[in-house]
Ligand binder design. Structure first.
Ligand code: KIV
Length: 341
């Protein structure tokens, strides 16, 4: 009654009606009118969103919870570029990165929706069986890079510059980077180090080659560190890492890997720099995560650092499959009638 009375006075003052019955009628008329207008806009809203891909919808919902929930973009087949990584950081979408060294694995992980594939110099360990990453050569990295690039349709492909291909002088560094880009057709290169390799990075960048930096535990310097333990726990090393991160951003690196450093330090760096920071053993406060594929698939079971999460036990699967095959061959169960010509 109070509401009706309110509307009655409004209708009367605008000369819409001049009696109570007319007022009640007009009230319900306007009520239904606004209800249908509301329904119409709801319909328009859903129609508009239905026309968009999951990627575009989440781009509309920047910063919202829905953006994070819908961030797997399995139907988004557009090529990932350095520019798109920057956009992902801006809208708070985490970047997924894994290593790959050959065509078959790169095909699988690209189709599974990984954002970045790193042809890491960890190939020296997991593919060649070396104790460190130091022995792998530029030619070997180019071989792995070519195999991966042939497989990849969507992910950004980064090739590690191997030890000895850029530390000597900047002229040699740019020649190595140009060989990687020309021969592998990868999208960019990754280099370990900060201020000490500034000139090399700048020269490579000025040749138009995007560079991803790598700070913290840099395995190519393992002989200097003498241990694979967490880096930058001490204030002096932490300060140097922060300075280096700013330097890499300033000179034009498009992204940065932080390896095995305290989570709080990595979070601080990711907040202070505008380029995407991808962590390995650097906590969840960074813009993305990278793991060595053989470790996360449980192929390489001898390596179990705290930061590693295993998503499969391929070591057991492969061992059991091979044992079954050996048994079938020995017992002459394989091949059977249907498995021959
Ligand atoms: O070579 C590699 O696999 C790497 C990652 C550990 C970041 O550099």
């Amino acid at each position: 009654l109070y509401i009706l009375d309110f509307f009655y006075h409004i209708f009367i003052s605008f000369n819409i009606v001049d009696n109570v019955a007319g007022c009640i009628f007009s009230f319900f008329f306007f009520l239904f009118f606004f209800f249908f207008v509301f329904i119409f806009f709801i319909f328009l809203f859903f129609f508009f969103f239905k026309q968009k891909t999951a990627y575009e919808i989440s781009a509309c919902l920047v910063g919202s919870e829905m953006c994070i929930r819908d961030s797997t973009y399995t139907e988004d087949t557009r090529k990932v570029t350095t520019h798109r990584l920057m956009e992902m950081k801006l809208r708070g979408e985490k970047i997924s990165m894994l290593t790959a060294y050959d065509f078959s694995m790169a095909t699988l992980i690209d189709q599974a929706g990984i954002d970045v594939i790193l042809v890491g110099d960890s190939a020296s360990n997991v593919m060649a069986g070396n104790v460190t990453t130091l022995p792998i050569t530029l030619d070997q990295m180019i071989y792995h890079g070519k195999s991966v690039v042939r497989a990849v349709k969507r992910a950004l492909v980064v090739v590690d510059m191997p030890f000895g291909s850029y530390q000597g002088n900047s002229k040699e560094a740019v020649a190595s980077a140009i060989r990687i880009m020309k021969e592998t057709h990868a999208d960019c290169v990754k280099m370990e180090g900060g201020a000490e390799i500034r000139e090399s990075i700048e020269r490579i960048l000025s040749a138009g080659i995007p560079v991803m930096g790598h700070l913290g535990l840099t395995p190519q310097s393992i002989n200097k560190f003498g241990t694979y333990t967490v880096r930058a726990r001490e204030e002096a090393e932490a300060n140097k890492l922060i300075e280096d991160a700013h330097l890499l951003e300033e000179i034009g690196c498009f992204s940065l890997v932080l390896e095995k450093i305290p989570a709080a330090l990595a979070t601080r760096v990711a907040q202070e720099v505008t380029i995407p920071v991808i962590g390995i053993g650097a906590g969840g406060g960074v813009d993305g995560q990278v793991l060595v594929m053989h470790d996360m698939l449980g192929i390489n079971k001898g390596f179990s650092p705290r930061f590693l999460r295993r998503y499969a036990d391929l070591s057991t699967t492969i061992t059991e499959a091979v044992q079954a095959y050996v048994k079938d061959v020995k017992t002459q169960d394989f091949p059977n009638e249907k498995e021959q010509y």
